[in-house]
Design a protein around this ligand. Sequence first.
Ligand code: COI
Length: 355
Amino acid sequence: METTAIDFKIQQVEKSRVEQLDPQNIVFGSLFTDHMLVADCINGEWQTPEILPYGDIAYNPALASLHYGQSIFEGMKAFRNVNDEVVMFRPEENYKRFNISAERMCMATVPEEIFMGGLQKLLELDGAWVPDGEDNSLYLRPFMFASDVYLGVRPSFNYRFMIIMSPAGKYYAEPPKVKIETEFIRAAEGGVGYAKCAGNYAASLYPAKLAQEQGYTQLLWTDAKTHTKFEESGTMNVFFVKDGKLITPKTSTTILKGITRDSLINIARDKGYEVVEQDVYVKDIVDGISSGSVTEVFGAGTAVVVSPFSAIGFEGKDYELPAITDKSISTVLKNGLNDIRKGKVADTHGWVYKV
Ligand code: COI
C-alpha cells in the first residue's frame, strides 16, 4: 500500500520497558509497548499526528464518547517471521473496515497516511516488542472516540484517533465451551452488528456473564428474529465442519466481516476443501453433533486466531465435540494461516506487509 509522506511529531522514551515482556508468560491486553500514536481531528481537519511515550490521557467529564458511545476500534496483529522481520497481516483490510465503522457511527474517517503511517512508525520504534514464538504476536489496537466536550446528543465535531500495541499469546488457554444464546441478541438487521463499535462489546457482557455463571466460556449468538440461525460467537466469527465441508454463516449487517474469517475461507479453498457461506441452522448443527456428521465447531478472529470449541450447550444440554487432532480441519487451517504470517510458505495472496 502506498502512503503519502506525512510528518509525525515524535517524542521517544528515554529508556525502553521491553524487558517487562516475557514471551513465555503473556496475558492478553495487559502490557503495552513504549509508544502510542495520538491524532486529533478538529472540526474536520486532521492535525499533525504525534507519537508519544505510552501513558495516561486526561478526560473532560463531559467527553461525548463517555456518554453516547461514539467509539470504534480495530484488532490487528504484527508478527516476527522466520527471517526475524516484523510483518503485519492484511492491514489494509483493517483500515477499510475501520472507516466503514466510522461512517456507520457518524464519525470522521481517518486518512490512510495516518492509520498506515502511524502503524509503520510505531512498529519501527517498538519492533523489539514483537515476540517470537508459535502463538505469539503483537496485538495492534487502532481506536477512535468522539472528543467533543458537550452533552447534547449529536455527532461530535472532534475526534481522537489513537494506536496502542500490546504483546499477545494464546487467547484461550483451553478450548472454550460455548452456549447457544436464544434469549439475548448481539445485533439486529439495520443495527450496528457489522461495525466494530465499542457498544457491541458492552452489550454482550451481561448475557456472557450469565453463561459463564452456568459454566460456559462464551456465547454462540443466534439471529434476532427467530433464534434459529447462528451469527457469531463472542469476539469471533464461527465455522462448522459438517460431512467434511466447511460451513460459515454468510456475512450481513448483523455479522462482523472478519479478516481472519476471509483468510481461512481462502486458505481452505486453496487446500481443496469445499467451503459454503450460508444460513447455518441451530437444529442442523445440534442434530449433526449427535449423529456424528458435525465434527468440528470453531471460532476465528484476530485475537483468538482459530479456536476449536470443546462443547456446545443448547436448551440445558451439552453437546460434546470430538477432540481436535493434527488432522482436524481447524488445525490444518490454523497452521496454514500461521505459516503464511511467519513466512514459512509463499504469500500467494499478497497478505503480508513488511514493516
Ligand atoms: C478481534 O479478534 O478482532 C478482536 O478485536 C478481539 C478483541 C475484542 C479482544
